[in-house]
Every structure is written in structure tokens, then in C-alpha cells.
Design a protein around this ligand. Sequence first.
Ligand code: ZN
Length: 275
Amino acid sequence: MPEFPEVATLINWLNHQNFFDAKIKKIIFVDDIVLKNSTKKSFINFVCGETIKKISQIGKFIIFHLSNNKIIEIHLRLEGKIFYLLNNEKSKFPMIEIYLDNGKKIVYDDSRKFGTINIYNNYQDLLNSTEIKKLGKQPFDKTLTANYLFNCFKNKTQKIKTTLLDQTIIAGIGNIYADETLFLCKISPFRQTNKVSLKECQLIIDNCREIMSKSIRNKGTTVFSYQYALNHSGSFQKYLKVYGRKNLPCLRCGSILYWTKINGRGTTYCKKCQK
Ligand SMILES: [Zn+2]
């Protein structure tokens, strides 16, 4: 699943494309199951005739800002992708094709169909929506501080791995960056959340930001099928220290890395380094 760095990479890419003055003239649906608060018809009425002004990010959500303040909010979930293609180009699993008046189209592609698309009349309505309202701090938000995390953690007895995946605390961390962050912090994924010290909270923030920045510079991590553009994959997987390395030697101490499930999520860690 694309996490914060993969979504950031995709948005950077899209923001460098040349569709910002083009008008949306036609929409073709292969499947409309990803539309959550609109129907095919109301989506077409909402979007056609508008132009795309800019694209921004909230956690793992992609926000298309259209003319007349309209908003399209997309969550890629497991396998969603967004491609900007020539009209005659094809992606593998197109679901929605948005044709522009410049001879190109924006394609929402999703082999698993788990993605979600919502529309809002304006940005404030988006911020007031249930899915955005409940999100915690963004990884690079200045208000994400050790004190904030420490406060969120203090009454939680669940394992820290589970807490890092909780989007209501930090929005944008998924399985890959949770495992990598805990490894760098030398914190066991099994540690009770309220046993993480204030100092370690700062470490979590610093390491998470460092890993995500490096990932964004490498255009994200492609483990399964993530692409930020058609046939363009990320390369941060080369730098992963624990994720996907079960039974391989720890890059810090040489012991064999373990893999287990914590709250249903695969977790790779070093028993010796992470306490
Ligand atoms: Zn180790």
C-alpha cells in the first residue's frame, strides 16, 4: 500500500505535468465501485467543465483542487494508481478515465478496487469530513512533537507497532515505514506503547522523517506494484533495513531478523538490537 512517501512522490510527479489549464471534457467509467459519496452521474456533473488547479496531500490522501473550489479526494488503499496518459495509451486496470481537452487523460487504475474517491464542494467540507477529521499529525508537520506523541502514547498499553500504524496519531505511516522507524530507534515492535520514553518519542519523529525524506528522494518504495507514473517504480526498497528482510542478517549486529504478525500485520525486526 502506498504510504506517505509514495503518495508524496506521486503528487510531486503530477504537479510537474502540464494539465493545469486543461478542461475536463469527458469521463469514462469501467467501474464506479471506488466512488463513495457520489454516483457516476453526479461525479460527471461535478467534474466536467472544470480545470485542475493543484494537487496536495493529507496523510495518504491525494487531494485534487478543481476550479470553483471543488475537491476530489482519492485514497489509493492497496493497489490504486493515478496515471497521466495520452488518449491512446492504456494502463492495466483502468477504472475511471478523465479526458482533458489537451489530448490527454488522467486515469484512476486499481487492480484490487479497494481505493476510495470522494468529492467535496470546497476544502473546508473536506476538512470537516469524517475520514480527514480523525487524522493525526502529518509526518513533517511542525506540531508533531515529542510531547504530542508522548501524550498520545501515555494511556496506551497496545504494542508500539500497532500504535505507529494508527492514522489518528501520525497520518501516513504504514507497515514499511513503521518497521524501518522502529529498527532505527532500537525499539522492539512488541514494546508497550506507554513504555516509550519522551526521548524515544523524539527519536521516532526524527527517524521517521529521515527515512521518509530519503524515500521521497528515491521516489518511494516499490515492493509489490507501486508506480508513481506508468512504468516508473520507486527505488527506496534498495535501502530498506528490515522490511522484506526476514531471515537475513541484521545490518547492525548480524543476528538473523525475525518475522511475525502483530495485530495481523507482518513485522520484521531484530530481537537483539530492538528492546
Ligand atoms: Zn540487530
